[in-house]
Write a protein that binds this ligand. Structure first.
Ligand SMILES: O=C(CO)[C@@H](O)[C@H](O)COP(=O)(O)O
Length: 226
């Protein structure tokens, strides 16, 4: 799949579900090549969102988009196949939910999709160092997972830089993703710190005009490279 880094990944958690297809197409028409799907189970996180049928609907609305699935659920191994069948191009699991993380990553890769590992703001990066060489994507949560519309936790900037430093030092190849509280005011700083996949929910879908907002965020990402 073709996309240029850094890339914006609008999170449909904040979309108007009565117009989900239209909201997603507003994003892709404005140049968004990724769509981020937040799966919440009411156990690992104190909120319930949606399951594979909504991911399949998102893929149907934008077959050309890279569908990025973020599993905030316990026992994620039980659901990997369902999300792959729904059209996921990447599946990210939380370190905090995976006692056998190496096996879970291999299980995701078996389906030919990208395998990501997410860490909560209070989880130290050293916890996932042993598997960083196997990860296709590392997601540094910039809010405590479970809800959209929260404020970006500033300590995330240093965590992004640390993930980039380890990758360079060890010759790893994972993408660095950031999720939570990303908006027009901070997106440039987040990208300049080294984030390559920037998830934005309320900033995109609560905007007066989704297309214009995606264009504005994407423009800031493009100029962050300069
Ligand atoms: O995973 C999560 C929250 O748990 C995020 O994907 C949010 O959905 C991002 O939303 P905003 O903070 O951008 O509103």
């Amino acid at each position: 799949m073709n996309f240029e880094l850094p890339v914006l990944a609008p999170s449909i958690l904040a979309a108007d579900f009565t117009k989900l297809g239209e909201n997603i197409q507003d994003c892709t028409k404005a140049g968004a090549s990724w769509i981020h799907c937040d799966i919440m189970d009411g156990h690992f996180v104190p909120n319930i969102s949606f399951g594979p049928s909504v991911v399949a609907a998102a893929k149907k609305a934008a077959p050309e988009a890279f569908v990025d699935v973020h599993l905030m659920i316990e026992n994620p191994d039980n659901f990997v196949e369902d999300f792959v069948e729904a059209g996921a191009d990447s599946i990210t699991v939380h370190y905090e939910t995976c006692p056998h993380l190496h096996r879970t990553i291999q299980n995701i890769k078996k389906y030919g999709v990208m395998a990501g590992v997410a860490i909560n703001p209070a989880t130290t990066i050293s916890n996932i160092e042993p598997i960083l060489g196997d990860a296709d994507l590392v997601l540094a949560m910039s809010v405590n997972p479970g809800f959209g519309g929260q404020s970006f936790i500033p300590a995330t900037y240093d965590r992004i830089k640390e993930l980039a430093r380890i990758r360079d030092e060890k010759g790893y190849s994972y993408l660095i993703q950031v999720d939570g509280g990303v908006n027009l005011r901070n997106i440039t700083k987040v990208a300049k710190a080294g984030a390559e996949v920037l998830v934005a929910g309320s900033s995109v879908f609560r905007a007066e005009d989704i297309t214009t907002r995606v264009e504005e965020l994407t423009e800031k990402l493009s100029s962050s490279n300069e």
